[in-house]
Write a protein that binds this ligand. Structure first.
Ligand SMILES: O=P(O)(O)OC[C@H](O)CO
Ligand SMILES: [Mg+2]
Length: 299
């Protein structure tokens, strides 16, 4: 073991946790639901067909230094929209419900709801669409449930998810899931992917008692770091893969590195403080982060 690097990592880990805590106390607690300006309103979801953006990576507002990228030892995966192509189901049922009120569901609202716990997202939905006098958040959840229950068992993997999970597991890199999804939905969504998800060291769900607040709170990520063998693992040794603005913020609030794999329809101004933005999990280069390269890697 490189003693200098190890000592640096320990010290930096402590500093990051202090910084992350201060950042969260100062920024995330008073405004747990991010507000995006009305000017970021987009066209209705179904009408948008935007080609994939070019892969790029960048560093921005990271609480951990660029030089620490090579010290990554553990990986946390978001689930909906990142490993599983399930965000489209939420979109579909929300469009159906809003159509009754002659309203359309747009990407500015979608961006705010993604990654949140169900009840938190529901409150945003009925408030922002102006239907709260006709439909409460609780009624909205009941109404969409029957539709979601039929759709979730058909969930498919996102491109590159199986390859990356199997690679990291085979190389002995500890991996886990941190999702806003609750247990009942998790079971339905992963029904056809049990073997793949069994490769995770653990799964932290949105209804876990330790997850007091949903993303952008760091709760789910800190609980995930704690449950690895030898945990809690220092935040600056962890990469989080996320698709949602709230998830990226939550992981940064936990002091971790974040690789965002956003839906191409999400406005790039909402990529937030992600350390790297990729088009697809297929574009991830493990060696860039000090992780074992794919066996078929050319570089
Ligand atoms: O993206 P996840 O996995 O945190 O899931 C959150 C909700 O269930 C869907 O947005
Ligand atoms: Mg997600």
């Amino acid at each position: 073991m490189n003693v200098t690097k190890y000592a640096f990592g320990q010290h930096q880990g402590l500093m990051n946790r202090i910084l992350a805590h201060r950042l969260y106390e100062a920024v995330a607690v008073p405004t747990p639901i991010p507000h995006y300006p009305k000017s970021l309103s987009f066209s209705p979801l179904k009408t948008l067909e935007i080609p994939r953006i070019k892969t790029h990576s960048r560093m921005a507002n990271s609480t951990a230094p660029v030089s620490a990228r090579g010290l990554i030892t553990h990986v946390i995966f978001d689930m909906d929209g990142l490993l599983l192509d399930t965000e489209k189901f939420y979109t579909e049922v929300q469009e159906i419900i809003l159509a009754r009120y002659n309203k359309t569901f747009d990407w500015s609202l979608k961006a705010r709801m993604m990654g949140m716990k169900a009840i938190e997202a529901a409150r945003v939905f009925v408030k922002e669409t102006g239907i709260s006098d006709s439909l409460t958040a609780e009624e909205f959840l009941v109404e969409r449930e029957s539709m979601l229950q039929k759709l979730f068992p058909t969930s498919e993997l996102m491109p590159g998810a199986s390859r990356l999970i199997r690679h990291l597991h085979a190389k002995g890199v500890p991996i886990c899931v941190a999702t806003g999804s609750h247990k009942r939905h998790f079971e339905l969504k992963t029904q056809q992917h049990r073997e793949l998800f069994s490769l995770m060291h653990h799964v932290v769900l949105g209804d876990d008692p330790e997850v007091k607040k949903g993303k952008p709170s760091p709760d789910v990520f800190l609980a995930a770091a704690k449950r690895f063998e030898g945990g809690p693992i220092d935040s600056d040794k962890i990469i989080v893969f996320e698709d949602a603005p709230s998830g990226v913020k939550g992981a940064k609030n936990a002091g971790m590195f974040v690789i965002m794999v956003p839906d191409p329809r999400l406005n790039s101004s909402l990529h937030g403080p992600a350390d790297q933005v990729l088009n697809s999990l297929l574009d991830f280069s493990p060696s860039e982060w000090g992780l074992p390269p794919f066996d078929d890697a050319t570089s």
